[in-house]
Design a protein around this ligand. Structure first.
Ligand code: SF4
Length: 510
Protein backbone atom coordinates (compact mmCIF):
# COMPACT_ATOMS: atom_id res chain seq x y z
CA UNK A 1 0.00 0.00 0.00
CA UNK A 2 1.33 3.45 -0.99
CA UNK A 3 2.26 5.67 1.93
CA UNK A 4 2.03 9.45 1.90
CA UNK A 5 5.44 11.07 2.21
CA UNK A 6 5.74 14.28 4.16
CA UNK A 7 6.51 17.24 1.84
CA UNK A 8 9.99 18.60 2.41
CA UNK A 9 9.61 22.06 3.89
CA UNK A 10 12.53 24.41 3.60
CA UNK A 11 12.16 27.04 6.27
CA UNK A 12 13.50 30.49 5.61
CA UNK A 13 16.64 31.25 7.48
CA UNK A 14 18.18 34.68 7.48
CA UNK A 15 21.70 34.96 6.14
CA UNK A 16 24.29 35.04 8.85
CA UNK A 17 27.87 35.42 7.69
CA UNK A 18 30.43 32.90 8.84
CA UNK A 19 33.03 34.50 11.10
CA UNK A 20 35.90 36.53 9.76
CA UNK A 21 38.60 36.05 12.36
CA UNK A 22 41.59 38.16 13.23
CA UNK A 23 43.93 35.41 12.11
CA UNK A 24 42.33 35.49 8.65
CA UNK A 25 43.04 39.22 8.13
CA UNK A 26 46.34 38.80 6.35
CA UNK A 27 44.95 36.43 3.73
CA UNK A 28 41.50 37.92 3.27
CA UNK A 29 40.67 40.81 0.96
CA UNK A 30 37.86 43.18 1.87
CA UNK A 31 35.81 44.06 -1.20
CA UNK A 32 33.82 47.30 -1.29
CA UNK A 33 32.32 49.64 -3.88
CA UNK A 34 29.44 51.90 -4.80
CA UNK A 35 31.25 55.27 -4.86
CA UNK A 36 33.56 56.94 -7.40
CA UNK A 37 37.06 55.61 -8.17
CA UNK A 38 38.49 58.63 -6.29
CA UNK A 39 36.57 57.95 -3.09
CA UNK A 40 37.32 54.25 -3.34
CA UNK A 41 41.06 54.73 -3.85
CA UNK A 42 41.32 56.91 -0.73
CA UNK A 43 39.15 54.49 1.25
CA UNK A 44 41.51 51.75 0.13
CA UNK A 45 44.35 53.87 1.52
CA UNK A 46 42.60 54.03 4.90
CA UNK A 47 41.96 50.27 4.96
CA UNK A 48 45.58 49.59 4.04
CA UNK A 49 46.61 51.98 6.77
CA UNK A 50 44.61 49.87 9.24
CA UNK A 51 46.47 46.77 7.95
CA UNK A 52 43.57 45.27 6.03
CA UNK A 53 43.88 43.85 2.54
CA UNK A 54 41.28 45.76 0.55
CA UNK A 55 40.17 46.13 -3.02
CA UNK A 56 37.33 48.11 -4.64
CA UNK A 57 35.06 46.23 -7.02
CA UNK A 58 35.43 47.19 -10.69
CA UNK A 59 33.33 50.19 -11.67
CA UNK A 60 29.69 49.28 -12.38
CA UNK A 61 29.15 48.48 -16.05
CA UNK A 62 26.16 47.70 -18.28
CA UNK A 63 26.51 43.85 -18.05
CA UNK A 64 26.06 44.16 -14.26
CA UNK A 65 22.45 45.19 -14.85
CA UNK A 66 21.70 41.90 -16.67
CA UNK A 67 23.43 39.78 -14.03
CA UNK A 68 21.57 41.58 -11.25
CA UNK A 69 18.22 41.13 -12.99
CA UNK A 70 18.80 37.41 -13.33
CA UNK A 71 19.32 36.83 -9.64
CA UNK A 72 17.24 39.23 -7.56
CA UNK A 73 13.65 40.43 -7.19
CA UNK A 74 12.02 41.70 -10.36
CA UNK A 75 10.81 44.89 -8.68
CA UNK A 76 14.18 45.87 -7.21
CA UNK A 77 15.31 49.44 -7.78
CA UNK A 78 17.93 50.15 -10.39
CA UNK A 79 20.84 50.85 -7.95
CA UNK A 80 20.19 47.56 -6.15
CA UNK A 81 20.22 45.65 -9.44
CA UNK A 82 23.40 47.33 -10.66
CA UNK A 83 25.36 46.94 -7.42
CA UNK A 84 24.27 43.34 -6.88
CA UNK A 85 25.13 42.49 -10.48
CA UNK A 86 28.50 44.14 -9.98
CA UNK A 87 29.33 41.88 -7.04
CA UNK A 88 27.94 38.86 -8.90
CA UNK A 89 30.11 39.42 -11.98
CA UNK A 90 33.21 39.92 -9.90
CA UNK A 91 32.57 36.74 -7.92
CA UNK A 92 31.78 34.77 -11.06
CA UNK A 93 35.10 35.74 -12.62
CA UNK A 94 36.98 34.87 -9.42
CA UNK A 95 35.17 31.53 -9.11
CA UNK A 96 36.15 30.73 -12.70
CA UNK A 97 39.78 31.39 -11.79
CA UNK A 98 40.04 29.94 -8.29
CA UNK A 99 36.90 27.90 -7.51
CA UNK A 100 34.14 28.56 -4.98
CA UNK A 101 35.94 27.38 -1.89
CA UNK A 102 38.90 29.63 -2.50
CA UNK A 103 36.66 32.65 -3.21
CA UNK A 104 34.77 32.07 0.06
CA UNK A 105 38.09 32.02 1.89
CA UNK A 106 39.84 34.77 0.00
CA UNK A 107 37.25 37.59 0.07
CA UNK A 108 34.67 39.28 2.25
CA UNK A 109 32.34 42.05 1.08
CA UNK A 110 31.75 45.17 3.15
CA UNK A 111 28.75 47.31 2.38
CA UNK A 112 26.78 50.10 4.05
CA UNK A 113 23.45 49.29 5.61
CA UNK A 114 20.56 51.22 7.05
CA UNK A 115 16.91 50.86 7.84
CA UNK A 116 13.91 52.81 6.60
CA UNK A 117 11.43 52.81 3.77
CA UNK A 118 13.91 52.55 0.94
CA UNK A 119 15.57 49.42 -0.34
CA UNK A 120 18.90 50.54 1.04
CA UNK A 121 17.86 48.75 4.20
CA UNK A 122 17.44 45.58 2.16
CA UNK A 123 20.46 45.67 -0.12
CA UNK A 124 22.07 42.90 1.85
CA UNK A 125 18.95 40.75 1.26
CA UNK A 126 19.45 41.15 -2.47
CA UNK A 127 23.11 40.33 -2.12
CA UNK A 128 22.36 37.16 -0.18
CA UNK A 129 19.70 36.18 -2.72
CA UNK A 130 22.34 36.55 -5.41
CA UNK A 131 24.85 34.54 -3.36
CA UNK A 132 22.27 31.75 -3.11
CA UNK A 133 21.81 31.88 -6.87
CA UNK A 134 25.57 31.55 -7.35
CA UNK A 135 25.84 28.73 -4.83
CA UNK A 136 28.03 30.94 -2.63
CA UNK A 137 26.00 30.97 0.58
CA UNK A 138 29.24 30.68 2.55
CA UNK A 139 30.60 33.91 1.11
CA UNK A 140 30.89 36.51 3.89
CA UNK A 141 29.08 39.80 3.66
CA UNK A 142 29.24 42.43 6.43
CA UNK A 143 27.21 45.57 7.01
CA UNK A 144 28.68 48.90 8.05
CA UNK A 145 25.89 50.92 9.69
CA UNK A 146 26.25 54.39 8.20
CA UNK A 147 25.26 56.15 11.42
CA UNK A 148 27.61 54.39 13.85
CA UNK A 149 31.27 55.30 13.94
CA UNK A 150 32.28 52.86 16.63
CA UNK A 151 30.50 49.55 16.10
CA UNK A 152 33.22 47.31 17.47
CA UNK A 153 34.31 44.02 15.99
CA UNK A 154 32.29 42.17 13.36
CA UNK A 155 31.40 38.51 13.82
CA UNK A 156 34.75 36.82 14.40
CA UNK A 157 36.76 39.97 15.20
CA UNK A 158 38.54 40.14 11.83
CA UNK A 159 36.99 43.45 10.97
CA UNK A 160 36.87 46.12 13.62
CA UNK A 161 34.72 49.13 12.84
CA UNK A 162 36.24 51.49 15.35
CA UNK A 163 36.83 55.23 15.61
CA UNK A 164 40.26 55.29 13.88
CA UNK A 165 38.83 53.40 10.89
CA UNK A 166 35.59 55.40 10.72
CA UNK A 167 37.37 58.75 11.06
CA UNK A 168 39.78 57.75 8.33
CA UNK A 169 36.87 56.79 6.08
CA UNK A 170 34.99 60.04 6.68
CA UNK A 171 38.14 62.13 6.16
CA UNK A 172 38.87 60.20 2.94
CA UNK A 173 35.34 60.83 1.64
CA UNK A 174 35.54 64.57 2.39
CA UNK A 175 38.90 64.79 0.69
CA UNK A 176 37.69 62.95 -2.43
CA UNK A 177 34.64 65.24 -2.47
CA UNK A 178 36.63 68.48 -2.61
CA UNK A 179 38.88 67.03 -5.31
CA UNK A 180 35.83 65.99 -7.31
CA UNK A 181 34.43 69.50 -7.09
CA UNK A 182 37.73 70.88 -8.37
CA UNK A 183 37.76 68.33 -11.18
CA UNK A 184 34.30 69.25 -12.47
CA UNK A 185 34.88 72.99 -12.34
CA UNK A 186 38.18 72.65 -14.21
CA UNK A 187 37.79 70.04 -16.95
CA UNK A 188 35.17 71.90 -19.06
CA UNK A 189 37.53 74.86 -19.40
CA UNK A 190 40.91 73.11 -19.77
CA UNK A 191 43.02 74.34 -22.66
CA UNK A 192 44.90 71.07 -23.09
CA UNK A 193 42.41 68.21 -23.39
CA UNK A 194 43.02 65.44 -20.88
CA UNK A 195 45.22 67.50 -18.55
CA UNK A 196 42.63 67.68 -15.75
CA UNK A 197 42.17 63.91 -15.70
CA UNK A 198 45.93 63.39 -15.64
CA UNK A 199 46.50 65.79 -12.74
CA UNK A 200 43.49 64.34 -10.93
CA UNK A 201 44.90 60.83 -11.23
CA UNK A 202 48.28 62.01 -9.87
CA UNK A 203 46.59 63.88 -7.02
CA UNK A 204 44.55 60.87 -5.96
CA UNK A 205 47.57 58.58 -6.08
CA UNK A 206 49.50 61.04 -3.94
CA UNK A 207 46.60 61.29 -1.46
CA UNK A 208 46.28 57.51 -1.39
CA UNK A 209 49.84 57.42 0.01
CA UNK A 210 48.94 60.18 2.48
CA UNK A 211 46.05 58.10 3.83
CA UNK A 212 48.01 54.85 3.74
CA UNK A 213 50.77 56.41 5.82
CA UNK A 214 48.49 58.16 8.31
CA UNK A 215 50.04 57.87 11.77
CA UNK A 216 47.99 55.47 13.89
CA UNK A 217 47.81 56.44 17.55
CA UNK A 218 47.72 54.11 20.52
CA UNK A 219 44.06 54.64 21.39
CA UNK A 220 40.89 56.03 19.83
CA UNK A 221 40.84 59.28 21.81
CA UNK A 222 44.40 60.08 20.80
CA UNK A 223 43.41 59.33 17.22
CA UNK A 224 40.39 61.62 17.52
CA UNK A 225 42.52 64.45 18.94
CA UNK A 226 45.09 63.97 16.18
CA UNK A 227 42.47 64.20 13.42
CA UNK A 228 41.05 67.38 14.86
CA UNK A 229 44.33 69.14 15.47
CA UNK A 230 46.73 68.03 12.76
CA UNK A 231 47.73 69.79 9.53
CA UNK A 232 48.63 66.45 8.00
CA UNK A 233 45.75 66.38 5.48
CA UNK A 234 45.58 70.12 4.80
CA UNK A 235 49.28 70.35 3.95
CA UNK A 236 48.81 67.39 1.59
CA UNK A 237 45.94 69.23 -0.07
CA UNK A 238 48.06 72.37 -0.38
CA UNK A 239 50.57 70.27 -2.34
CA UNK A 240 47.72 69.02 -4.49
CA UNK A 241 46.73 72.61 -5.18
CA UNK A 242 50.23 73.26 -6.55
CA UNK A 243 49.76 70.35 -8.96
CA UNK A 244 46.54 71.98 -10.22
CA UNK A 245 48.36 75.29 -10.75
CA UNK A 246 49.80 73.81 -13.93
CA UNK A 247 46.40 73.53 -15.61
CA UNK A 248 45.54 76.37 -17.96
CA UNK A 249 41.86 77.15 -18.43
CA UNK A 250 39.82 79.35 -20.72
CA UNK A 251 36.88 80.65 -18.70
CA UNK A 252 35.54 82.78 -21.51
CA UNK A 253 33.83 79.69 -22.92
CA UNK A 254 30.14 80.23 -22.21
CA UNK A 255 28.66 77.07 -20.73
CA UNK A 256 25.44 76.31 -18.89
CA UNK A 257 25.94 75.08 -15.36
CA UNK A 258 24.02 71.94 -14.43
CA UNK A 259 23.59 70.81 -10.86
CA UNK A 260 23.27 67.07 -10.39
CA UNK A 261 20.88 65.87 -7.70
CA UNK A 262 18.93 62.68 -7.19
CA UNK A 263 19.12 59.36 -5.45
CA UNK A 264 22.36 58.84 -3.53
CA UNK A 265 23.95 56.08 -5.59
CA UNK A 266 22.85 57.38 -8.97
CA UNK A 267 24.01 60.92 -8.37
CA UNK A 268 27.38 59.81 -6.97
CA UNK A 269 28.19 57.16 -9.57
CA UNK A 270 30.35 57.93 -12.59
CA UNK A 271 29.75 55.33 -15.28
CA UNK A 272 27.22 53.12 -17.08
CA UNK A 273 24.93 53.00 -14.04
CA UNK A 274 23.69 56.54 -14.78
CA UNK A 275 24.54 56.59 -18.51
CA UNK A 276 27.74 58.38 -17.57
CA UNK A 277 25.58 61.47 -17.52
CA UNK A 278 28.10 63.82 -15.91
CA UNK A 279 30.66 63.24 -18.68
CA UNK A 280 27.90 63.32 -21.26
CA UNK A 281 26.78 66.74 -20.02
CA UNK A 282 30.36 67.97 -20.36
CA UNK A 283 30.54 66.62 -23.90
CA UNK A 284 27.32 68.50 -24.62
CA UNK A 285 29.09 71.72 -23.64
CA UNK A 286 28.09 72.21 -20.02
CA UNK A 287 29.76 72.46 -16.65
CA UNK A 288 28.29 70.15 -14.02
CA UNK A 289 28.23 70.53 -10.26
CA UNK A 290 28.66 67.07 -8.77
CA UNK A 291 26.92 66.19 -5.52
CA UNK A 292 29.38 65.81 -2.63
CA UNK A 293 28.83 62.74 -0.44
CA UNK A 294 29.51 65.15 2.43
CA UNK A 295 26.02 66.65 2.01
CA UNK A 296 24.49 63.22 2.48
CA UNK A 297 26.56 62.45 5.59
CA UNK A 298 25.61 65.83 7.02
CA UNK A 299 21.96 65.08 6.27
CA UNK A 300 22.22 61.85 8.28
CA UNK A 301 23.42 63.82 11.29
CA UNK A 302 20.99 66.66 10.92
CA UNK A 303 17.49 65.24 11.82
CA UNK A 304 18.67 63.87 15.15
CA UNK A 305 19.90 67.35 16.13
CA UNK A 306 16.81 69.19 14.89
CA UNK A 307 14.47 66.75 16.64
CA UNK A 308 16.24 67.23 19.96
CA UNK A 309 16.30 71.01 19.52
CA UNK A 310 12.52 70.96 19.01
CA UNK A 311 11.82 69.33 22.37
CA UNK A 312 10.26 71.61 24.97
CA UNK A 313 11.73 69.80 27.94
CA UNK A 314 14.83 67.69 27.97
CA UNK A 315 16.32 65.30 30.47
CA UNK A 316 20.03 65.45 31.22
CA UNK A 317 20.86 62.57 28.89
CA UNK A 318 19.10 64.22 25.95
CA UNK A 319 20.83 67.54 26.67
CA UNK A 320 24.19 65.82 26.64
CA UNK A 321 23.38 63.99 23.41
CA UNK A 322 22.35 67.26 21.78
CA UNK A 323 25.56 68.96 22.89
CA UNK A 324 27.68 66.10 21.51
CA UNK A 325 25.84 66.11 18.18
CA UNK A 326 26.15 69.89 17.85
CA UNK A 327 29.89 69.68 18.46
CA UNK A 328 30.11 66.85 15.92
CA UNK A 329 28.28 68.97 13.35
CA UNK A 330 30.66 71.89 13.92
CA UNK A 331 33.71 69.66 13.65
CA UNK A 332 32.34 68.12 10.47
CA UNK A 333 31.68 71.46 8.78
CA UNK A 334 34.98 72.83 10.06
CA UNK A 335 36.91 69.90 8.57
CA UNK A 336 35.25 70.29 5.19
CA UNK A 337 36.03 73.99 5.19
CA UNK A 338 39.65 73.39 6.15
CA UNK A 339 39.97 71.05 3.16
CA UNK A 340 38.37 73.64 0.91
CA UNK A 341 40.66 76.35 2.22
CA UNK A 342 43.72 74.21 1.54
CA UNK A 343 42.53 74.10 -2.08
CA UNK A 344 42.22 77.90 -2.21
CA UNK A 345 38.49 77.87 -1.34
CA UNK A 346 37.79 76.68 -4.85
CA UNK A 347 35.44 73.78 -4.01
CA UNK A 348 31.88 74.83 -3.18
CA UNK A 349 30.86 75.23 0.45
CA UNK A 350 28.39 72.74 1.91
CA UNK A 351 24.85 74.09 1.89
CA UNK A 352 23.37 74.99 5.24
CA UNK A 353 21.16 72.04 6.28
CA UNK A 354 18.77 74.33 8.15
CA UNK A 355 18.29 76.43 5.04
CA UNK A 356 17.67 73.27 2.97
CA UNK A 357 15.10 72.11 5.52
CA UNK A 358 13.35 75.50 5.60
CA UNK A 359 13.27 75.79 1.82
CA UNK A 360 11.77 72.33 1.49
CA UNK A 361 9.38 72.65 4.43
CA UNK A 362 6.28 73.93 2.52
CA UNK A 363 6.56 70.99 0.15
CA UNK A 364 8.20 68.10 2.01
CA UNK A 365 8.64 67.63 5.74
CA UNK A 366 12.17 66.94 6.93
CA UNK A 367 11.06 64.07 9.16
CA UNK A 368 9.80 62.12 6.13
CA UNK A 369 12.81 59.85 5.69
CA UNK A 370 13.76 57.50 2.90
CA UNK A 371 15.85 58.11 -0.18
CA UNK A 372 17.02 61.70 -0.21
CA UNK A 373 13.98 62.89 1.78
CA UNK A 374 13.51 66.65 1.67
CA UNK A 375 17.01 67.15 0.23
CA UNK A 376 15.93 66.97 -3.41
CA UNK A 377 13.57 69.87 -2.96
CA UNK A 378 15.83 71.82 -0.63
CA UNK A 379 18.77 71.50 -3.02
CA UNK A 380 16.73 72.49 -6.08
CA UNK A 381 15.42 75.63 -4.37
CA UNK A 382 18.82 76.45 -2.87
CA UNK A 383 20.37 76.30 -6.35
CA UNK A 384 17.55 78.40 -7.77
CA UNK A 385 17.53 81.15 -5.13
CA UNK A 386 21.33 81.45 -4.95
CA UNK A 387 21.76 81.25 -8.74
CA UNK A 388 24.23 78.39 -8.42
CA UNK A 389 23.29 76.74 -11.72
CA UNK A 390 21.12 77.26 -14.79
CA UNK A 391 19.51 73.86 -14.55
CA UNK A 392 19.02 70.91 -12.22
CA UNK A 393 19.35 67.39 -13.50
CA UNK A 394 17.73 65.02 -11.04
CA UNK A 395 18.54 61.33 -11.38
CA UNK A 396 15.60 59.18 -10.34
CA UNK A 397 16.01 55.44 -10.18
CA UNK A 398 13.49 53.19 -11.83
CA UNK A 399 11.33 51.51 -9.15
CA UNK A 400 12.26 53.78 -6.25
CA UNK A 401 9.48 54.54 -3.80
CA UNK A 402 11.01 57.46 -1.81
CA UNK A 403 12.19 59.23 -4.93
CA UNK A 404 8.73 58.96 -6.47
CA UNK A 405 7.44 60.98 -3.51
CA UNK A 406 10.09 63.68 -3.93
CA UNK A 407 9.51 63.94 -7.67
CA UNK A 408 5.75 64.20 -7.01
CA UNK A 409 6.35 67.08 -4.60
CA UNK A 410 8.59 68.75 -7.14
CA UNK A 411 5.52 69.20 -9.36
CA UNK A 412 4.16 71.52 -6.68
CA UNK A 413 7.51 73.36 -6.45
CA UNK A 414 7.59 73.88 -10.21
CA UNK A 415 4.04 75.24 -10.07
CA UNK A 416 5.32 77.96 -7.72
CA UNK A 417 8.65 78.51 -9.52
CA UNK A 418 7.86 77.93 -13.20
CA UNK A 419 11.21 79.30 -14.41
CA UNK A 420 13.20 76.75 -12.38
CA UNK A 421 14.80 74.56 -15.06
CA UNK A 422 14.37 71.02 -13.82
CA UNK A 423 15.13 67.79 -15.64
CA UNK A 424 14.00 64.71 -13.72
CA UNK A 425 15.63 61.81 -15.55
CA UNK A 426 14.44 58.31 -14.80
CA UNK A 427 17.34 55.87 -14.88
CA UNK A 428 16.59 52.25 -15.72
CA UNK A 429 20.00 51.34 -16.97
CA UNK A 430 18.82 50.28 -20.43
CA UNK A 431 16.99 53.32 -21.84
CA UNK A 432 19.89 55.65 -22.45
CA UNK A 433 18.75 57.40 -25.61
CA UNK A 434 15.37 58.21 -24.12
CA UNK A 435 16.84 59.61 -20.89
CA UNK A 436 19.59 61.64 -22.51
CA UNK A 437 17.36 63.15 -25.16
CA UNK A 438 14.99 64.30 -22.43
CA UNK A 439 17.89 65.96 -20.65
CA UNK A 440 19.05 67.51 -23.90
CA UNK A 441 15.71 69.29 -24.36
CA UNK A 442 16.06 71.12 -21.04
CA UNK A 443 19.76 71.71 -21.64
CA UNK A 444 18.92 73.65 -24.80
CA UNK A 445 17.08 76.22 -22.67
CA UNK A 446 19.92 76.26 -20.11
CA UNK A 447 22.37 77.06 -22.92
CA UNK A 448 20.25 80.02 -23.98
CA UNK A 449 20.16 81.31 -20.42
CA UNK A 450 23.94 81.06 -20.00
CA UNK A 451 24.43 82.99 -23.24
CA UNK A 452 21.96 85.67 -22.08
CA UNK A 453 23.83 86.01 -18.76
CA UNK A 454 27.09 86.46 -20.58
CA UNK A 455 25.77 89.06 -23.01
CA UNK A 456 24.21 90.94 -20.11
CA UNK A 457 27.46 91.11 -18.16
CA UNK A 458 29.46 92.17 -21.21
CA UNK A 459 26.99 94.97 -21.83
CA UNK A 460 26.83 96.02 -18.20
CA UNK A 461 30.60 96.07 -17.66
CA UNK A 462 31.55 97.49 -21.05
CA UNK A 463 34.45 95.03 -21.34
CA UNK A 464 35.33 93.44 -24.66
CA UNK A 465 36.62 89.95 -25.34
CA UNK A 466 39.72 91.47 -27.01
CA UNK A 467 40.54 93.57 -23.94
CA UNK A 468 40.13 90.54 -21.67
CA UNK A 469 42.36 88.43 -23.92
CA UNK A 470 45.05 91.12 -23.83
CA UNK A 471 44.81 91.26 -20.06
CA UNK A 472 45.08 87.45 -19.82
CA UNK A 473 48.21 87.51 -21.97
CA UNK A 474 49.85 89.89 -19.49
CA UNK A 475 48.43 88.24 -16.37
CA UNK A 476 48.46 84.48 -16.99
CA UNK A 477 47.62 83.80 -13.32
CA UNK A 478 43.93 84.47 -14.09
CA UNK A 479 44.00 81.55 -16.53
CA UNK A 480 45.15 79.05 -13.93
CA UNK A 481 42.73 76.40 -12.70
CA UNK A 482 43.55 77.48 -9.15
CA UNK A 483 42.59 81.14 -9.68
CA UNK A 484 39.36 81.64 -7.74
CA UNK A 485 36.41 83.30 -9.43
CA UNK A 486 33.95 84.64 -6.85
CA UNK A 487 30.24 84.14 -7.29
CA UNK A 488 28.97 87.57 -8.33
CA UNK A 489 25.32 86.82 -8.85
CA UNK A 490 25.49 84.88 -12.12
CA UNK A 491 25.00 81.15 -12.50
CA UNK A 492 27.60 80.77 -15.24
CA UNK A 493 31.38 80.74 -14.79
CA UNK A 494 32.09 82.93 -17.84
CA UNK A 495 29.68 85.64 -16.66
CA UNK A 496 31.13 85.65 -13.13
CA UNK A 497 34.65 85.76 -14.59
CA UNK A 498 33.89 88.88 -16.65
CA UNK A 499 32.09 90.52 -13.71
CA UNK A 500 35.08 89.77 -11.48
CA UNK A 501 37.61 91.23 -13.95
CA UNK A 502 35.45 94.34 -14.32
CA UNK A 503 35.07 94.69 -10.57
CA UNK A 504 38.83 94.57 -10.10
CA UNK A 505 39.00 97.62 -12.41
CA UNK A 506 42.17 96.38 -14.05
CA UNK A 507 40.92 96.29 -17.64
CA UNK A 508 40.03 99.28 -19.76
CA UNK A 509 36.41 99.47 -20.96
CA UNK A 510 35.32 99.74 -24.60
S1 SF4 B 1 16.43 55.49 -2.46
FE1 SF4 B 1 15.28 54.34 -4.00
S2 SF4 B 1 16.83 53.70 -5.47
FE2 SF4 B 1 17.90 54.26 -3.61
S3 SF4 B 1 18.10 52.36 -2.50
FE3 SF4 B 1 16.24 53.37 -1.77
S4 SF4 B 1 14.62 52.47 -3.01
FE4 SF4 B 1 16.54 52.02 -4.05
Amino acid sequence: MATMTEPVVQHYSAYKPKPFTREQREDTTILFGGLTWKHERLIQGVLHNMKYKAQPLPNVARPDLDSGKELIDVGACCPTIFTTGNLVNFLKSEVALHGKEEVNKKFIFLTAGACGPCRFGQYHESYTMALDGLGLRDFRLFLLAQDQLDQGASGGGGLEINLPLSMGLVWAILCADVLTDLEYMTRPYEVTPGQTDKVLQESIEYLYEVYRNRPVKENKWAMLAWHLSTNYFTSALRKVRKMWDAIEVDRLQVKPKVKITGEFWLQTHEGDGNYNIKRWLEQEGSETIPPPIAVWLHYLLHPAIRKLEKRQTMKRGAKLKLAVLQVLERVYNGTYNRFRKALGNLPNALPDQIELKNLAEPFYHFELRGGEGHLLIGKALHTYHHKKAHMICELTPYSCMPNTMSVGSMANVLGKYPDLLYAPIEIKGDAEVHALSRCQMILTEAKKRSQRDFEEVIEKTGLTIEAIRQYEAKHPEVCRATYRIPHLGYAGTAANYVAHLAQSGRIGRA
